[in-house]
Design a protein around this ligand. Structure first.
Ligand code: PLP
Length: 389
């Protein structure tokens, strides 16, 4: 299925293939390997002379359905599924980079992403600099002749900073580098980075693509030539997505757009309520007119997304009091679930980085992050109102 269909249709149907049994629901192929009709066929499959399945580290029909569906949703030439979001970033980096290469990464990315670039890829001679401003001029100024990759997340976690994908794609292009966008927070239901000029899209399918907090998964998407390299890395190194997880995430994709729209609408209502609350210092949400990049966010996203962060008056104690007074919202660092979650970034997700790095990222001890789920908005508000009172 191609882009003549609406995203809603692609989310339910793209990539579906049927076996000889004609099953309507996507089949779960729990098999590590595949049998051949004879020795000659085995040899042809192994050499690549004949297309077909060999081993599930290489290909699996259930995983292929997920890959084809996500590629259709993102408008990408090709998609490769991975065991987790982190292995998606690793696979993209290992495909693109070699010793001596330079990476420009936003300082507002998932904590493990900075560890991967600095601690792991750094050991192999890849050097990463962090840019702490969204403006393209700051990125342009940090480019070196050896820069091969620009890496961003937009909106960022937890302060919902919005990066101009088209402007950064132009910086990357001029530098002969690629722009990778971690599209985890928006999903293709709200934002399509490739249409805006990104070369690579990264997903943690663990979040909104599954959407129900059940399994880990990830994906890399991009142009065919680059993705052939990613496929080669995965075949050899092995962090492939399990067929079972692909099957679970396929069910999540059916309702992706409906969930994202409902959770975003609820997040906007919550952000507006928080902004008018006397005990709240400041609200970070791209859908609010008060957000410094509201216009840009509304240009490149369908809505503000489902993550709302806010600073409460009274520092860390007041922030913790809000968390401890909840009875319904889950106290957990995960996000992208139908169940709302609340986190204190300063002592959890961003607790292990230095005080200085935290200050540079603008993450204060009075900050809370809520990932809005599908519960009634009034119940979410009431759960937060108790601790704010
Ligand atoms: C969770 C997350 C990741 C890592 O994904 P895993 O599936 O946990 O490996 C990467 N990027 C963002 C933005 C995330 O939220």
């Amino acid at each position: 299925m191609d882009d003549q269909y609406d995203l809603d249709t692609l989310a339910v149907r793209a990539g579906t293939t049927r076996s000889q049994f004609g099953e309507h629901s996507e089949a779960l192929y729990l098999t590590s390997s595949y049998v051949f009709e004879n020795a000659a066929q085995a040899a042809a499959r192994f050499s690549g002379a004949q297309a077909g399945n060999v081993y599930s580290r290489f290909t699996n029909p259930t995983v292929a359905m997920f890959q084809d569906r996500l590629a259709a949703l993102e408008g990408a030439e090709s998609c490769v599924a991975t065991a987790s979001g982190m292995s998606a970033i690793l696979a993209a980096a290992m495909t693109l980079l070699k010793s001596g290469d330079h990476v420009l990464c936003s300082s507002s990315v998932f904590g493990a992403t900075t560890q991967l670039f600095t601690n792991i890829l750094g050991k192999f001679g890849v050097q990463t600099d962090y840019v702490d401003k969204p403006e393209a001029a700051a990125w342009q100024a940090a480019v070196r002749p050896s820069t091969r990759l620009l890496f961003i997340e937009t909106p960022s976690n937890p302060l919902t900073e919005v990066f101009d994908i088209a402007a950064l794609a132009a910086v990357a292009k001029k530098a002969g580098a690629m722009l990778a966008v971690d599209n985890c927070f928006c999903s293709p239901a709200l934002q399509k980075p490739i249409q805006l000029g990104a070369d690579i899209v990264i997903h943690s399918a663990t979040k909104y693509l599954d959407g129900h907090g059940r399994v880990l998964g990830g994906a890399v998407l991009g142009r065919k030539e680059f993705m052939d390299g990613v496929t080669g890395f995965l075949r050899t190194a092995g962090p492939t997505l399990s067929a079972f997880n692909a099957w679970v995430i396929l069910r999540g994709l059916d309702t992706l757009r409906i969930r994202m729209d409902a959770q975003s609408a609820s997040a906007l209502a919550l952000a507006q309520w928080l902004e008018s609350h006397p005990r709240v210092e400041r609200v970070f949400y791209p859908g609010l007119a008060s957000h410094p990049q509201h216009a840009l966010a509304m240009r490149q996203q369908r809505s503000g997304g489902a993550i709302v962060s806010f600073e409460v008056k009274g520092g860390r104690e007041a922030a913790w009091r809000v968390i401890d007074a909840t009875r319904m919202i889950s106290i957990t660092a995960n996000l992208g679930d139908t169940k709302s979650t609340i986190t204190h970034p300063g002592t959890t997700t961003h607790g292990r980085i230095s005080e200085e790095a935290r200050a540079r990222a603008g993450i204060k001890q009075d900050l809370l992050r809520v990932a809005v789920g599908l519960e009634a908005n009034a119940d979410i508000q009431a759960d937060l109102a108790r601790g704010l009172a």
